[in-house]
Design a protein around this ligand. Structure first.
Ligand SMILES: CC(C)=CCC/C(C)=C/CC/C(C)=C/COP(=O)(O)OP(=O)(O)O
Length: 250
């Protein structure tokens, strides 16, 4: 959701206004998604890098987050109207207690919703997610790892699948790591939309985006609307249709 501060400057608004309008833009985009049958949406709301911003800005973003979490829990909110399960993904221990508790409350309150999943990435970076998943996988198999070390057997520790899996037994497999990803509740994305014309992933879903279509409209996030939503879907379908045709011909 790139370009909220630039939108504030561009429209000469009060500090923080761009992020508030950005939240409304998010609600509109979610409505389009759910109306058109997109069941999994993941948003990059606050990265671990964002903690390096000025304390005032971090505080104001956290206040906004808190206010908006309360809003999405209301009976008539988009989340409840469309039966959306909300998941906060990231290193939630880095959040202040009120925000972390509100996030946990939101996850609990929507846990039984089953029509769609909204993953909100906060205190998130992809490299942190991967490190966390590898550490959890090692911890899970710690007894076996120590046994292996003491026996001196020539086994591999981590397997990424493929050839080496045939010739060696491995304790930690790709599926073990994936199960511990913050993103485990959602399938890999088909489309990543990054506004303001940026084509970098900036440490977002690096593991999950291997086969993903990146769409980067030039609008700032608060300006995003139905036109960009439609373009994202149509371009994705066009590329898929073309790749399918190529595959059938070869
Ligand atoms: C509950 C919930 C999901 C709340 C989300 C609210 C929201 C819109 C958060 C966006 C936060 C953010 C750092 C966006 C990037 O724009 P930027 O600040 O980096 O702006 P810039 O790209 O112009 O510098």
């Amino acid at each position: 959701m790139d370009g909220n501060r630039r939108f504030t400057k561009k429209c000469k608004l009060m500090e923080g206004a761009g992020h508030k309008i950005g939240f409304s833009a998010l609600m509109s985009m979610l409505k389009y998604c759910y109306e058109f049958g997109v069941r999994y949406v993941t948003v990059y709301a606050f990265s671990i890098e964002n903690f390096k911003r000025s304390p005032e800005e971090v505080q104001s973003l956290m206040d906004l987050m808190l206010e908006k979490i309360e809003e999405i829990l209301k009976e008539q909110s988009i989340v409840n109207r469309y039966g959306v399960r909300v998941i906060f993904s990231g290193n939630l221990k880095l959040l202040s207690e009120p925000v972390r508790l509100a996030a946990e409350r939101a996850m609990l309150a929507t846990a039984k919703n089953s029509k769609a999943v909204l993953s909100i990435c906060v205190a998130y970076t992809s490299t942190n997610e991967i490190m966390h998943a590898v550490q959890e996988s090692c911890e899970e198999k710690w007894d076996e790892i120590t046994l292996l070390n003491s026996s001196g057997a020539g086994y591999g520790l981590i397997s990424l699948g493929g050839y080496e899996q045939d010739v060696m037994d491995h304790l930690i497999k790709l599926t073990d790591i994936e199960k511990h990803m913050y993103m485990a509740a959602a399938p890999d994305p088909d489309i990543i939309v990054r506004t303001s014309g940026e084509t970098r992933l900036s440490n977002f879903l690096l593991w999950q985006s291997a086969n993903c279509y990146l769409y980067s409209p030039s609008v700032l996030w608060p300006e995003i609307g139905f036109r960009q939503f439609l373009w994202a879907i149509l371009n994705f379908q066009r590329i898929h249709f073309y790749l399918d045709k190529q595959r059938k011909q070869s």
